[in-house]
Design a protein around this ligand. Structure first.
Ligand SMILES: [Zn+2]
Length: 351
């Protein structure tokens, strides 16, 4: 089998290395036989990650459409985003799409599962009779994850901590993990203390909660992309508790970004997009919030891959690689212009 050869500065370590791709795997040892040089110079990093994406949903009806999913997934692959966590999708991703070698790797979590006591849900959520049983079933049916809610409306009931704890204990017992939507102080606190693994949106986190999360290897996904564009409009709205809640929540995202990272919590880049999300923009939001660029890139690349169970650039790892001309730690926008994208050892993009 002919191998591919790349040479460049490998991130995050920063050493110049030779990488060979044999089939869908990479190796640092020159394989026997000839190899084809596909990249020389610049920087090589693992495929980017959108850790919170809902691709495939129609923005108007919120119906899941396999054709929309395919189009968005192809666009992700083309721009070098090669791993997607999908914490909420209204229908299972069809098996033929899951098996497509030209689409990003998937970590799905099943439908948006809500506790029945949450009021004024929209028609997105599934409200199972038994949340715990449903969460376990979805973790097993998907990629080890289920998705639930710590809260929904700021001025309404929150999911009780014992309900979340029972869910987390049962999902952990089958080696699964729980992601929870958290946008209130009470909901966020309950979710962290109940054992939720990944706090989505992560509003109103406090230092004590960050310590709890860090101690168990937890993660936060601040999803700046879902909020940042609304701030200036919300500022024009009449004063009131909803406005205070939104602006306070977005303000608190610096805690879920910089303080979380400093506390040792894994910070994940997630766009919360219904279609093809812009992970590089989310990385930009993390940097704007004060995260060092290398950490922000890690949140949408090597750290996210590790957290989701996929290695970065190491011996025997999947050959999911992005090559860029400039150092993205200095010029993060360079991530927008990969000169080469390899997914499962195949060329997804070449410039
Ligand atoms: Zn979401």
């Amino acid at each position: 089998m002919t191998s591919l050869h790349l040479r460049g500065t490998v991130l995050p370590e920063g050493d110049v290395r030779d990488i060979w791709v044999v089939g869908d795997r990479l190796t640092f040892t020159r394989p026997p036989g000839g190899s084809t040089s596909v990249h020389e110079g610049g920087f090589i990093l693992p495929g980017l990650v959108d850790a919170h994406a809902h691709l495939g949903h129609d923005a108007g009806t919120m119906a899941f459409d396999p054709a929309l999913f395919e189009a968005a997934a192809l666009a992700y692959a083309g721009d070098g985003t090669l791993l997607l966590r999908v914490p909420g999708h209204r229908e299972p991703v069809p098996t033929p799409l899951r098996q497509r070698q030209d689409l990003p790797r998937l970590v799905t979590a099943g439908p948006w599962l809500a506790w029945r006591g949450l009021e004024e849900l929209d028609d997105l959520q599934t409200v199972p009779a038994d949340l715990t049983a449903a969460g376990v079933a979805q973790a097993l049916a998907n990629d080890g994850w289920c998705k639930t809610y710590g809260d929904w409306e700021f001025d309404r009931a929150k999911t009780p901590q014992p309900v979340l704890r029972e869910l987390c204990d049962a999902v952990h017992a089958v080696n699964g993990r729980v992601a929870a939507h958290c946008q209130t102080a009470e909901g966020t606190r309950s979710a962290v203390l109940a054992g939720v693994d990944s706090i989505e949106h992560a509003w109103f986190l406090t230092p004590d909660l960050l310590d709890v999360l860090a101690a168990r290897g937890g993660a936060v996904t601040p999803t700046w992309s879902g909020f940042a564009g609304h701030v200036s409009n919300v500022r024009t709205k009449p004063e009131g508790p909803r406005k205070d809640w939104f602006l306070g929540g977005v303000e608190s995202l610096r805690v879920a970004t910089v303080d979380a990272w400093e506390a040792g919590v894994t910070v994940l880049a997630g766009t919360d997009s219904l279609g093809h999300g812009d992970v590089v923009a989310e990385i930009g939001h993390l940097i704007a919030a004060g995260l060092p660029p290398a950490a922000a890139i890690g949140a949408g690349c090597w750290d996210a891959r590790r957290y989701l169970g996929f290695p970065g650039i190491e011996e025997g790892a999947p050959a999911d690689l992005v090559a860029v001309a400039e150092d993205p730690r200095v010029t993060p926008g360079a991530l927008r212009h990969p000169s080469l994208v390899l997914l499962r050892g195949r060329t997804a993009k070449r410039r």
